[in-house]
Design a protein around this ligand. Structure first.
Ligand SMILES: Cc1cc2nc3c(=O)[nH]c(=O)nc-3n(C[C@H](O)[C@H](O)[C@H](O)COP(=O)(O)OP(=O)(O)OC[C@H]3O[C@@H](n4cnc5c(N)ncnc54)[C@H](O)[C@@H]3O)c2cc1C
Length: 356
């Protein structure tokens, strides 16, 4: 059931601008989609997060933001992390016997991961097990090619739902904080009830520079992520000048838009539990494939806390546990790795493995 239908069923519907703005804040702002497209499931009561965390664990403020939280986790794996490489293909290498020139024998069907670096170089890695943690939006976009293709139920679930929140943040720096006198004392956020509805966040106190953030959701977020930044700046300046006066509102010095919706590495802001999704579809998404060698993890794959950092963390732990359990039970694996050069088809597509 959608949140809109749920509210109607208890006799509430928005009438005033204040109602619509409050609804936008509790639904669109939180879940990146309007009440008509947001599932009641796992959104009300929204504080799954607060239920999960103890009372002294809810809010963490660090100068460096989320990366500060991740540093302790990263220190053990950092040396093995390759940045600036995009995975374009995960292919199952058929079981081989003997060896051919340039190809070592592998005891079992390994997986070959092909990446493209920022400079366009193509690299391959061979592994006994692969865990894919790209967002469900990335998986649904088809930008990572799987050979063989993903199982039908997984591919279908990815194709028929909107898995990612549509959300963008525009950050603008100004010569001075012309808005400061208009924010309620002690408050850093303000809701704009006009078109488009948005949340304004004064970041001056955090960064010591006059910076305003504009939080946008739904169709507006998608449009802003795709249109030229200058167009977005013009629209926002028009709104600010209508609010604070033509004379008193200087032009922004710098403007940045997150562009999560158009970024090929995110394809949306964060995971949501889509309206109408079934538990069977979710189970299909979580299920490993390629004889248990190809696994998936990420915030969208946690059964309860979808869309939160702890969902990503817990999903990763569960998947790593499953892989470790499989390794512990498996017979010793022949460590010989297959080195393959990726092939190009006549269409220029990357093709890895099977005929190497
Ligand atoms: C505005 C906003 C506010 C949020 N607020 C909160 C909050 O208050 N609390 C909270 O708990 N959560 C919050 N979240 C959600 C949280 O950020 C996500 O749930 C979490 O980051 C998901 O982690 P993940 O590892 O599953 O996915 P991601 O963080 O998306 O990581 C996936 C990684 O895979 C990489 N990738 C994708 N495709 C490829 C490819 N082909 N090759 C190589 N790499 C690839 C991406 O670059 C990315 O680094 C917020 C998110 C947003 C956008």
């Amino acid at each position: 059931m959608s949140l809109e239908a749920a509210l109607l069923s208890v006799g509430w519907q928005p009438i005033t601008e204040a109602d619509y703005t409050a609804l936008w804040f509790f639904v669109d702002y939180e879940w990146g989609s309007p009440p008509s497209a947001t599932s009641l499931h796992h959104t009300v009561p929204a504080p799954y997060t607060t239920a999960f965390l103890s009372s002294n664990q809810r809010l963490v403020a660090t100068d460096g933001g989320s990366p500060d939280l991740l540093k302790p986790l990263l220190q053990h794996v950092q040396p093995h992390v390759r940045l600036g490489e995009r995975v374009v293909c995960v292919a199952q290498q058929p079981k081989r016997r003997g060896s051919a020139a340039g190809v070592a024998a592998a005891a079992a069907d390994a997986l070959v991961v092909t990446t493209v670096t920022d400079t366009g170089a193509v690299r391959t890695y061979t592994a006994e097990t692969v865990i894919v943690t790209a967002s469900l939006g990335v998986l649904a976009s088809g930008s990572i090619r799987f050979m063989p293709p993903l199982p039908e139920d997984k591919a279908r679930a990815l194709a028929i739902h909107q898995w990612m929140a549509q959300y963008e943040v525009v950050i603008a720096e100004f010569p001075y904080a012309f808005w400061a006198a208009h924010f309620p004392p002690g408050r850093t956020c303000m809701l704009y009830a006009g078109t488009p509805r948005m949340l304004l966040h004064d970041l001056s106190g955090y960064y010591g520079r006059p910076i305003l953030e504009f939080h946008l959701a739904g169709d507006t977020a998608v449009r802003v992520s795709k249109q030229p930044l200058e167009q977005t700046k013009e629209k926002l300046m028009g709104i600010l000048r209508a609010m604070y006066g033509e004379q008193d509102t200087p032009d922004a010095i710098r403007v940045h838009c997150t562009q999560w919706n158009s970024n090929p590495l995110t394809q949306g802001a964060f995971s949501v539990r889509p309206l109408g999704m079934t538990d069977a579809e979710h189970a299909a998404l979580m299920r490993p494939c390629c004889n248990g060698r190809l696994h998936f993890a990420g915030d969208g794959l946690h059964p309860v806390h979808s869309g939160y950092m702890h969902a990503a963390y817990l999903s990763g732990l569960a998947t790593a546990d499953a892989v470790a359990a499989k390794w512990a039970m498996a017979a010793p694996i022949d460590a010989a790795l297959v080195t393959t050069e990726p092939l190009r088809t006549s269409e220029g597509q990357l093709m890895v493995g099977t005929s190497a």
